[in-house]
Ligand binder design. Structure first.
Ligand code: AMP
Ligand code: MG
Length: 397
């Protein structure tokens, strides 16, 4: 038996280099992983500018008390600049975002100003009020985003604000996906007695896409040695990672093990966890191989724990693991010492604290538990039974 943590470390140690970088336009950059730091070529904003619609004045013209009268000498819309210098006793009508005219350093919002023809009357205001300073968002030369960051909407927006229209990202890892088993039928097709519809290829496809990788769909492979062998060998030539479900336990038709032992360097692991104990890990040619268990919850969990961090590392991401935090269980949880257990939970904020309860029956074939749940309850190896009210780790999914 191997622990979850050891298994993860061994898998990650096998992934030497991330996928090569490629240039994509910003319109295709969302969700991609940066291959290089993004640096600001200039200050953002590029000049001091007004944060409001109002009147720009010299700080020396701000009255300490009472009111001052200033002459309005120009009108400055956003996108234009004021050529001259604003003299003492003068002001410029300015719109939000317009660069501050030379000689000014404070803006009165138009709401606090009395305007009368070409003059305004103003009272005291803090020096520098309502001015956004050059470089206050980003300073020239600063690394605003680091290599290894998966790009969120705001990250793409920030790159765009630097005037860049394309960006260097890692190629998406290609993941070949197959379901194995004579009993597995394709949804939409008739199902023979004794058959079940394929769930795993669809849950796994979603997880692969969510991880920022591309799916090559190999369909369903029957429990026939030569066919399995040929399909997996093919897959290993097209993909960076090959993922199968089913056929890794000890049944008579669990052929994945035998076939892989012939094709490449494959380890079979009994991972000290529940659900999802049997797992085949290794390589076929240059492709990384993961043989996940057949039970739908077990295959999803094994993907989340072992395949996802590998895909993240392959895609050049820096953060590889989900964040966990603590919640209070509202029900007792049966737990066997010596293995890590993952229960499907419903997590909610109640009475000022995070509370969690299980989704009900926790069998590794009960996929509806993943549907009803919104988190994994993670119970570590050295923990025994958990009483209601105890604190447990949860990982939202
Ligand atoms: P196996 O590891 O092949 O013995 O499969 C374990 C259990 O998972 C069996 O009940 C299979 O019928 C079920 N199973 C295997 N593959 C799938 C699949 N693609 N979708 C849903 N259930 C599956
Ligand atoms: Mg099978």
């Amino acid at each position: 038996m191997i622990s979850v943590r050891d298994g993860q470390n061994r898998i990650l140690a096998e992934i030497a280099a991330p996928t090569p970088p490629e240039v994509v336009p910003l319109t295709r950059a969302y969700g991609r992983v940066l291959a290089d730091d993004v640096r600001a070529p200039f200050d953002v904003p590029p000049a001091d500018n007004s944060a409001v619609d109002g009147y720009a004045v010299a700080s020396a013209d701000i009255p300490a008390e009472g009111r001052a009268t200033l002459a309005v000498v120009a009108d400055l819309p956003a996108g234009s600049i004021h050529e001259g210098t604003v003299a003492r006793g003068q002001t410029v009508r300015i719109m939000t975002g317009a660069p501050m005219p030379r000689g000014t350093g404070t803006v009165y919002p138009q709401e606090v100003v009395e305007r009368d023809g070409d003059t305004i009357r103003v009272g005291p205001i803090a020096k520098g009020a309502n001015v956004r300073l050059r470089g206050e968002d980003v300073e020239a030369g600063a690394a605003v985003l680091q290599a290894g960051t998966p790009l969120r909407a705001q990250d793409v927006g920030l790159i765009a604000s630097l005037g860049q229209w394309q960006v260097l990202v890692h190629a998406r890892p290609r993941v070949a996906l197959a379901s194995t088993g004579d009993e597995v039928a394709e949804p939409g097709e008739p199902r023979a007695p004794g058959q079940i519809y394929d769930a795993n290829r669809f849950t796994l496809r979603g997880l692969v896409e969510q991880a920022g990788a591309e799916v090559l769909d190999l369909g369903i492979v029957p429990d026939v040695r030569d066919e399995l062998s040929a399909r997996l060998l093919d897959a290993s030539r097209m993909a960076d990672v090959v993922v199968t479900s089913g056929g890794v336990s000890v049944g008579d038709y669990d052929l994945v093990k035998d076939v892989l032992a012939e094709l490449g360097g494959i380890d079979f692991w009994q991972v000290a966890m529940q659900p999802g104990r049997p797992l085949a890990v290794g390589r076929i040619g240059t492709a990384h191989f993961f043989g996940l268990p057949g039970n739908p919850v077990a295959s999803m969990l094994a993907f989340m724990l072992f395949v996802r961090p590998a895909l993240f590392k392959l895609a050049g991401r820096r953060a590889l693991f989900a964040e966990a935090f603590e919640a209070r269980t509202t029900e007792p949880l049966a737990k066997k010492r010596g293995r890590r257990e993952y229960k499907r939970g419903v997590l909610a904020w109640r009475g000022g604290a995070w509370e969690v309860h299980t989704t009900g029956p926790q069998g590794s074939g009960i996929l509806s538990s993943m549907v009803a749940g919104n988190c994994l309850i993670v119970l570590d190896e050295d923990r025994g039974d958990v009483a209601a009210g105890e604190s447990v780790l949860v990982e939202p999914f």
